[in-house]
Design a protein around this ligand. Sequence first.
Ligand SMILES: [Mn+2]
Length: 428
Amino acid sequence: MDHMIDAGLVSAENERLSADLDRDYANLGEKLARNGVSIDAVTEKVAAYGIAVPSWGVGTGGTRFARFPGPGEPRHIFDKLEDCAVIQQLTRATPSVSLHIPWDKVDDLGELKQRGEALGLGFDAMNSNTFQDQDGQAHSYKYGSLSHTDAATRQQAVDHNIECIEIGKALDSKALTVWIGDGSNFPGQSHFTRQFERYLDAMKTVYAALPDDWRVFTEHKIFEPAFYSTVVQDWGTNYLIAQELGPKAFCLVDLGHHAPNVNIEVIVARLIQFGKLGGFHFNDSKYGDDDLDTGSIDPFRLFLVFNELVEAEGKAGFNPAHMLDQSHNVTDPIESLMRSATEVCRAYAQALLVDRKTLSGFQQDNDAMMASQTLKQAFRSDVEPILAMARRKSGGAIDPIATYRKAGYRQKVADIRPAVSGAGGGIV
Ligand SMILES: [Mn+2]
């Protein structure tokens, strides 16, 4: 396999940190054993956990005001794959990449698949894009895509989604994620019901093109780019879509696509209960959208989401797809994605430590204090030794960001990849 970072450097860095890690791991193991928890069993589960990296995440993001590109920005999907391979090599938590069409379009899909294999990366859900116009396209999405009032524009959006499925088939992807920017900016601009009917009709055509072993994920978003209403605005609408489309349709929950303070873990529980949770876009936010690194603002909420996911582990048909979807404006995207993948693993490990039998007893007895304490006890556990051990055992780095910096990867690619000027705004 092609390693982007010198494997000898990773080993040397790990060697330096190994004695401390062994001690910390033994201490934590002893503490967990007192509560009847096998640390190795938790480590094994964390090591087996994987989250997809979005191809667009390795580029510097932006706001609608500006974008400030960093050095060594990936030029195309092959550069992006190499950056994703760095994240996987050091964290061992991101074995797949989620592509975005047409941004990642290539002439030779066989070459792309091979390159992924050589770098140890698979291809996760395909993401379609009908929220911006592409060069040479016949109809504009300015006033919508799958829900547009004009039939030819809707058909163009349907055709694009079907093209994404075709590309995905060649790459062994098994899912299509559809997020649309459709909505309205003014009260009265759109007829809510007719608009949603047009969307459902269009999505039914896309759904009909799905192979038997594929799933389609629809993603809701409360606002933006439409500022008054969006067609797929909330999880209720999303659930209706999944119900209307059929058994291969599921809801995708992007943590940033809700109003502040919305109880996302309840939404997750509901979708699990009714068999329609398709997956996640993990990120964090303080005010609005999905702009911040996963776990950077509210790690407790991330833990509470994972608490629901661990609760549902083993349930028939429960197989949510996990992906990061966030914008990196002031950090090195590779570092942000490594840290975010680690934060997701941390929430998972903490959720695995919840004493579910005891919690269930407190819930039954209406002991609010002790039920809350049971969750908090798991959340307060410092599981860093578990995460680091899972990485070391899988061949990753004990300290991914320090190892990455020591390898000088960013400078190396900056020497090869030309500097990008970034005066324009635009959320990517
Ligand atoms: Mn998203």
